[in-house]
Design a binder for this molecule. Structure first.
Ligand code: FES
Ligand code: FES
Length: 173
């Protein structure tokens, strides 16, 4: 005879509604309570008011939600906030340096690398991660390694031009 298994323990002590995490966002330490199922994307946008990071598909398919986490680009819609306890996160609001715009921000302006701008924060964060990885040697490499970031406005040529300019130190028109 099969012994029925005990029902899951859903008492508040076993399944807390929220957990406290500490993350550093754009250089600022934040202690926040998050539900175990909250994505990093929703946490940034809804709890920290950092709405520069965009929600496009919410399924890992468009790249609009890309942020930099401990130096690497990640899709914040596929990342649970609790997984990033203790991490340092940079969003588009934090890429500017003490001297002003990040070179990629300036290059995007110079190359008309956006139209509606919805994909742009993710494109720039992804490009920062791409350049830090150091794997892209050619324009084709850049196109391939940026292929997770979609632009439905068709600004792709300008986006790749802008990234190439920064990658090669301002040698592209
Ligand atoms: S919103 Fe995250 S990949 Fe589309
Ligand atoms: S500029 Fe509109 S989606 Fe890229």
């Amino acid at each position: 005879m099969q012994i029925p298994s005990a029902p899951p323990d859903t008492s508040p002590e076993r399944t807390p509604a929220t957990r406290d995490i500490m993350i550093t966002v754009n250089g600022k330490d934040e202690v926040i309570s998050v539900a175990p199922w909250s994505t990093l994307l929703d946490t940034l946008r809804e709890q920290l008011d950092l709405t520069g990071t965009k929600k496009g598909c919410d399924h890992g398919q468009c790249g609009a939600c890309t942020v930099i986490c401990d130096g690497k680009r990640v899709l914040s819609c596929l990342t649970l906030a609790v997984m990033r306890n203790g991490s340092a996160i940079t969003t588009i609001e934090g890429v500017e340096g003490p001297d002003g715009l990040h070179p990629l921000q300036q290059a995007f302006i110079d190359h008309d690398a956006f139209q509606c701008g919805y994909c742009t924060p993710g494109q720039i964060c992804s490009a920062i991660g791409l350049l830090a990885e150091g794997r892209a040697k050619t324009r084709e490499d850049v196109k391939e390694l940026m292929s997770g970031n979609l632009c439905r406005c068709g600004a792709n040529i300008g986006i790749i031009d802008a990234i190439m300019e920064v990658k090669d130190g301002g040698t592209h028109e």
